[in-house]
Design a protein around this ligand. Structure first.
Ligand code: GTP
Length: 405
């Protein structure tokens, strides 16, 4: 049992619906009989089936875990405060040594991690110093992996629930990109060569996390408990696309064993708005992830963001160019980011294009050419950019749902 004044370590399990979070949790509780854990189970549904399952199965194992249920909402948004209130009460009793949290399938891991690492203003309890986030685990369903990204279902607006949660594949992408340990579960249902391919894609999307293959959630407890792996800043920087942008091997494919590759497209010229919108709505199916920002001609004030996860593509206004800020603020910005100076253009400042693409079995050369064709030509550079039709919306990023339905 932890000494009374040392923080209680926390492991958070994320992962899409049915990926095997509960199975993994139960496996660990049953294996580590000595572990005196409290468990928080978050469920979006009316009835908290998962809590029943955890309670029933751990009763079988004679363990005495305290199971807290949080239903009808998500601990990454509506139930953030509720979760802290509950774990605050648990901490008062302090008769357990480890906290395990199973978040709902659509939970975004970053706000959950923030809740533990930094607290939450609406809550009665401040967890800092009392709890310490130890490991963020994401359970990925190997069996439905491709389907999850190829469904195309995410193209409809109905996929965004009333609380404004993002489409399932966007949530899955967050779970993959922000974690310390990836459990690739249901490996019993998938042949080895396909597992290798999935692992390559996971590695491209998330170069930092440890990847563990599992069947029926059978991970060794020490792989997800007391690993000490969590670090907020490191986790925030661990997405493959961020590392690509920073490392920037531009226009160059990474090693591609199973046809998995990634590249960064850059330009200091703007895109033609209509041409890039058309291309973004019709990217090769093999592109699983795309992310970054671009300059759309005629929008000199606003940087456009691109965020593609699986078939869901969002593109639209997303922040200001540094060049549009008041001089003093600009200088402070540039002083803090030495690298930026090199790319600074006398006329256009930081305006430009930086997009990362990650995928498998797509024609990279062709895509680079197509992107290049979307950039303004010399003639277009000298034309009046206001004349170009602009299909992007005025304010927010919007879904580019331009497929058949
Ligand atoms: N074949 C196979 N089935 C599995 C495996 N892991 C879990 N399952 C089954 O998949 C189903 C979903 O597992 P859960 O552990 O409830 O998944 P979950 O992520 O907790 O699901 P939600 O809480 O509903 O999001 C159950 O029927 C499990 O028995 C596995 O590795 N292989």
């Amino acid at each position: 049992m932890a000494a009374n004044n040392s923080p209680i370590p926390v492991t958070v399990l994320s992962g899409s619906l049915g990926a095997g979070k509960t199975t993994t949790l139960n496996h660990v509780l049953n294996t580590e009989q000595e572990l005196n854990a409290a468990v928080v189970v978050n469920d979006m549904g009316e009835v908290n089936i998962d809590a029943d399952l955890v309670e029933r199965e751990s009763a079988l194992s004679q363990a005495d875990e305290e199971v807290i249920e949080l239903s009808n909402g998500c601990i990454c948004c509506r139930l953030r405060g509720d979760m802290l209130d509950e774990v605050g009460q648990l901490a008062d009793q302090r008769d357990f040594e480890y906290l395990l949290v199973e978040s709902s399938g659509i939970s975004e891991p970053i706000p959950v991690a923030q809740t533990f690492a930094r607290g939450f203003e609406d809550a009665s309890f401040d967890p800092t110093g009392i709890y310490e986030l130890d490991t963020m685990v994401s359970v990925v369903d190997a069996h439905s992996f491709w389907q999850a990204f190829d469904s195309g279902e995410a193209l409809t607006d109905d996929e965004v629930d009333p609380e404004g949660n993002r489409v399932p594949e966007a949530a899955l992408m967050d779970q993959i990109e922000f974690c310390d340990v990836l459990v690739l579960n249901k490996c019993d249902l998938v042949p080895d060569d396909e597992l290798n391919e999935i692992e390559d894609v996971l590695r491209a999307l998330q170069p930092r996390a440890e990847i563990i293959r599992a069947e029926h959630g059978a991970v060794a407890p020490e792989q997800i408990l007391d690993t000490g792996r969590f670090d907020f800043d490191r986790a925030s920087q661990s997405a493959g696309w961020k590392q690509e942008l920073q490392g920037g091997h531009h226009h160059e494919a990474a090693a591609e064993e199973h046809g998995v590759g990634s590249f960064v497209f850059t330009s200091d010229r703007p895109f033609h708005p209509e041409r890039i919108a058309d291309l973004l709505a019709d990217l090769p199916a093999g592109i699983i992830r795309a992310k970054g920002f671009f300059w759309s001609a005629g929008r000199e004030d606003i940087a456009m963001g691109l965020d593609k996860a699986g078939q869901s593509v969002r593109a639209g206004p997303n922040g200001r160019w540094i060049a549009t800020l008041p001089k003093a603020q600009q200088e402070r910005y540039l002083a803090a980011r030495p690298g930026l100076d090199d790319d600074w253009d006398d006329q256009w400042g930081d305006r430009g294009i930086q997009l990362v693409f990650i995928g498998r079995e797509y024609d990279e050369e062709l895509l680079v050419d197509q992107l290049g064709d979307c950039v303004l030509t010399d003639t277009e550079m000298n034309a009046n950019w206001e004349d170009y039709p602009d299909p992007f919306s005025a304010d927010d990023q919007r879904e580019l749902a331009l497929a058949d339905d």
